[in-house]
Design a protein around this ligand. Structure first.
Ligand SMILES: [Zn+2]
Length: 309
């Protein structure tokens, strides 16, 4: 049974609900030390998906993560909704990926793992990733249902039919198994996603979700994939303003106001305590912690073994 702890590193400020240029320094000085500590405590090797912009502004963060024995992956170049992968063409996606790679690889070495900003991908993403040398993706949250709570949520309805276990993606649709060489490692969900936000909003729901996902993993070998952000470990300082991003009234109420209020819960130190509990329970349940690259290697080995038999 495998547990993949994954972390998305980006400029987003949760209190401000928008990108903020001071975030990389805060993550380097405050967020990462807290997060790396708890990962070391349980001897966990995890994957950190960096945006190219973050890597350019704060390469020291990648060095710190690398020195602690974690894998570095790519979280696109920037995290702007206007550059989301699901609205870009094949060539535009390739350009974004190449730009991100040239920002990340000088420090991280060759990277092969990808997660799309805001988990937004389209039918061209599989080919774009293959052409730029990526071999795993973790942008699909099988059976996660967001309703009107996130941006790009109409396209994410396709998550409801995506396979639960890791699969090689189809060139026609990233939500279907097919003959590409790109391994999708879906983010764990059962209607609600197993992510830092859910954990902070409702530790009780997360406990129920966790129990189900751990049990499922023990029966089916499906790895548990947890998504977290180092910006969740930052303390909230000063005034909080809501940045309006949605244009429609209903979308504004759900995606900006309500969601924003909920997302402020348990930021900073409390998030680390909650994370500690999730990791401890996984360890006690018998999970082995592994990063995306190591997981992919294991799948390859298992396939070679079945071919030899
Ligand atoms: Zn992100």
């Amino acid at each position: 049974m495998y547990f993949l702890m994954t972390n998305d590193v980006e400029h987003h400020s949760i209190p401000l609900n928008r990108e903020d240029q001071s975030i990389p320094d805060q993550i380097f000085n405050e967020g990462l030390p807290r997060l790396l500590d708890v990962l070391s405590k349980y001897d966990i090797s995890s994957t950190f998906y960096f945006t190219g912009m973050f890597a350019e502004q704060n390469p020291e963060s990648m060095e710190l993560v690398k020195d602690h024995g974690h894998e570095i992956g790519c979280h696109g170049y920037d995290h702007s909704p206007t550059r989301a992968f699901d609205i870009l063409s094949l060539d535009e996606q390739i350009l974004e990926l190449e730009k991100a790679k040239s920002a990340i690889e000088p420090v991280a070495g060759k990277i092969t793992s990808f997660r799309a900003p805001a988990l937004r991908i389209n039918n061209d993403t599989v080919l774009a990733l293959e052409k730029t040398g990526f071999t795993t993706d973790s942008s699909v949250a099988s059976q996660r249902f967001d309703g009107p709570m996130t941006f790009g949520s109409k396209k994410k309805l396709k998550w409801l039919t995506a396979p639960r276990k890791p699969y090689y993606m189809s060139y026609e649709s990233p939500m279907h198994p097919g003959d590409s060489r790109l391994l999708e490692i879906p983010i764990s969900a059962a209607i609600l996603p197993l992510i830092g936000t859910t954990m902070r909003i409702s530790p009780t729901i997360t406990k129920i979700l966790r129990k189900f996902l751990f049990y499922e993993s023990s029966k089916t070998d499906k790895p548990v994939v947890f998504l977290f952000h180092p910006n969740e470990c930052l303390d909230v300082n000063g005034e909080i303003e809501v940045t309006r991003r949605a244009s429609g009234t209903l979308e504004y109420i759900f995606a900006d106001v309500l969601r924003h209020k909920l997302k402020l819960r348990n930021l900073g130190d409390p998030s680390i305590k909650l994370l500690d509990e999730v990791l401890r329970s996984a360890k006690e349940y018998g999970f082995e912690f592994i990063n995306a690259k190591e997981y992919e290697k294991n799948i390859d080995k298992m396939q070679q073994m079945t071919h030899c038999q």
